[in-house]
Design a protein around this ligand. Structure first.
Ligand code: GLN
Length: 508
């Protein structure tokens, strides 16, 4: 494959600045890679060739005139198709919005444009970000580049697969219950959910507003820090946006020192229900951190056992309200019913045809949980559990600097394996959800390949609210130690992947 696409964003930034490569060459190399492999992976719903090359040409022209540029100028990026982009389609993975063009850019997209990063296109996702496998997309599933018969995680499987398959060095995702971190774990990439409010949600199509966050999807911890610093910061257009300055995240990623740090292993997110290979790789990371001078202690967060139950009431409740606007009158592709066209019948036909099964399931669940007679029993109780989970985090962080767990209980499962069993699918989010309920930041990085299936395992780090820098500090050290052990990045351990010879189950 082209040597170029093998580089991290930080390396590419250096090569662009040194004039070793032009932004046009770099963008073209990624577009060529997309053309070569995306037919098998389906990470992209839309490829933005002309605009990406035009932005790259602008960067090259500006550089030749000696203009000052952002370090990521000319470094291409892919954007999850839940984030609105002017001039490019935004579907949210749903037939409801197929063909829709946003009249405005999300704040994060505005920042990407201001930094002159060529946008390669929009990536696939579970419809309205509901799912853990990207199989609920109305436009076909994304496949895991490590093994095409496996899921890439979800909902942001497209962004993670694009980065893992070297189709893009960077991508944006959204994380409501794990949709950045769990796909990161499934594909051997790095994914970060920032502190709630740390990155503007303006222009992210709302799923569950009290949980949603936009964040980076990359191949290295440093690259996530670079992208996070660019997209983070206060935004008056998002009323939940924090006024705190972001960072210094890049500095933290470069600092590399865990000596004297206290790292808490969450008792409830380890052990029973976790695949053997996941537990083994998790233990290996703990040993490395201990060897580097961190103090590893066990902490208990007893209410985490109820996080999944609380999430699957709060999330559908908020989603049922957020998705009410897709009725074919205010938003969404209008479908006319046969016979009489009253407004109720138009709305019914539109929602029947526009939404897939998982979205309907959650709207029904959420509407039920919010209905007058049941509100206290379901939604009210779930909110109380949410408070208890926040208190578990507070208690844990009074004893340790960061928390650690596997990102997901298993490696990537087979396509179709959990599609008919929504509860089994939901269980894959058990370790990522507590962070969303409490608003704390989380990072997933690759911890190795599971012995039994040779697929990537994710290690999750969690820090207190506003302490995102700690994730980068610890993540970068762990990444360096792991790569020393493997003799290079995890993605380089699958040469067939880097060369674009994608494998299926049978071929292994
Ligand atoms: N997998 C989780 C769900 O289905 C998380 C989704 C997300 O973070 N967008 O709700």
């Amino acid at each position: 494959m082209s040597e170029l696409i093998n580089n991290s964003a930080a390396e590419l930034s250096g090569k662009l600045a040194a004039g070793e490569v032009t932004a046009v060459e770099l963008t073209q190399a990624h577009l060529d890679r997309i053309a070569a492999v995306d037919g098998s992976i389906n990470a992209f719903l839309h490829v933005n060739t002309d605009e990406a090359l035009a932005v790259a040409a602008e960067v090259d022209a500006a550089r030749s005139k000696g203009e000052e540029l952002h370090p990521l100028a000319g470094v291409p990026i892919a954007v999850k198709d839940l984030i609105v982009t002017k001039g490019q389609p935004t579907t949210a993975g749903s037939r409801m919005l197929d063909g829709w063009l946003s009249p405005y850019d999300a704040t994060v997209v505005r920042k990407i444009r201001a930094a002159k990063m060529p946008m390669l296109g929009k990536t696939n996702l579970d419809e309205f970000a509901m799912g853990s496998s990207t199989e609920h997309s109305a436009f076909g599933p994304t496949r895991n580049p490590w093994n095409l018969d496996r899921i890439p995680g979800g909902s942001g499987g497209g962004s993670a697969a694009a980065v893992a398959a070297f189709e893009a060095p960077l991508a944006l995702g959204t994380d409501t219950g794990g949709s950045i971190r769990q796909p990161g774990a499934m594909t051997g990439t790095v994914g970060v959910k920032p502190t709630y409010g740390g990155v503007s949600r303006y222009g992210a199509i709302a799923m569950a507003s009290s949980l949603d966050q936009i964040g980076p999807v990359t191949r290295t911890v440093l690259d996530s820090a670079l992208l996070h610093e660019l997209i983070g910061g206060h935004d008056p257009a998002d009323s939940t946006s924090l006024t705190d300055p972001v960072g210094p995240l890049v500095e933290a990623a470069k600092m590399g020192n865990v000596s004297g740090l206290r790292i808490g292993v969450i008792k409830e997110l380890n052990g029973e229900g976790y695949q053997d290979g996941v537990r083994e790789k998790f233990q290996e990371s703990l040993e490395l951190l201990r060897g580097a001078g961190a103090e590893i202690v066990e902490v208990s967060c007893p209410n985490f056992d109820h996080a999944l139950g609380a999430y699957y009431l709060i999330m559908p409740s908020e989603a049922s309200s957020n998705l009410a606007k897709y009725d074919g009158v205010r938003f969404g592709n209008r479908v006319l019913p046969e016979g009489q066209t009253t407004i109720e019948r138009v709305m019914g036909a539109t929602r029947e045809a526009g939404f897939g099964d998982e979205v309907k399931r959650r709207i029904i669940l959420g509407t039920y949980a919010l209905s007058a007679g049941y509100y206290d029993a379901y939604y009210g109780s779930a909110q109380k559990v949410r408070t208890l989970i926040q208190r578990d985090f507070d208690a844990a962080f009074s004893k340790v600097d960061v928390l650690i767990s596997p990102t997901a209980p298993t490696t990537a499962f087979k396509l179709g394996e959990k599609l008919e069993d929504p509860l089994a699918m939901y269980l894959n989010d058990v370790a990522t959800i507590p962070a969303n309920l409490a608003g704390v930041p989380g990072l997933s990085l690759p911890g190795g390949l599971a012995e039994e299936d040779g697929l990537p395992v994710g290690i999750q780090l969690l820090a207190p609210v506003r302490e995102d820098a700690r994730l980068y500090r610890v993540g970068a050290v762990l990444e360096t130690m792991l790569e020393e052990k493997w003799g290079g990045p995890l993605l380089a351990q699958a040469p067939e992947l880097a060369e674009g010879r994608l494998q299926t189950e049978g071929a292994k």
